[in-house]
Ligand binder design. Structure first.
Ligand SMILES: [Zn+2]
Ligand SMILES: [Zn+2]
Length: 82
């Protein structure tokens, strides 16, 4: 696959067939097949995890926290006078 890894953006990636049915949680648009591009490293990690749904959940939580969570927290702390 030419698409970058959904996790780290690495290329090349392999198509991985999702074995659970929550592709929308990833913000990834799927057509008729639930496949996502993942690099070798994450592909292997995904298969070794055993619980694929939990693996994605962990990833989503980590990404959302690093993107906006910390900023919102610090703002709340810095505005006690309002
Ligand atoms: Zn990767
Ligand atoms: Zn796979």
């Amino acid at each position: 696959m030419r698409q970058p890894c959904l996790v780290c953006g690495r290329v090349p990636s392999d198509p991985h067939h999702l074995t659970f049915t929550q592709p929308r949680a990833l913000g990834y648009r799927v057509s008729d097949e639930f496949t996502v591009p993942v690099c070798r490293i994450h592909h292997r990690e995904l298969h070794r995890s055993g619980d694929e749904a939990a693996w994605w959940q962990k990833l989503i939580r980590f990404q959302s926290r690093s993107s906006s969570g910390s900023t919102r927290d610090s703002m709340a702390i810095n505005s006690p006078q309002a």
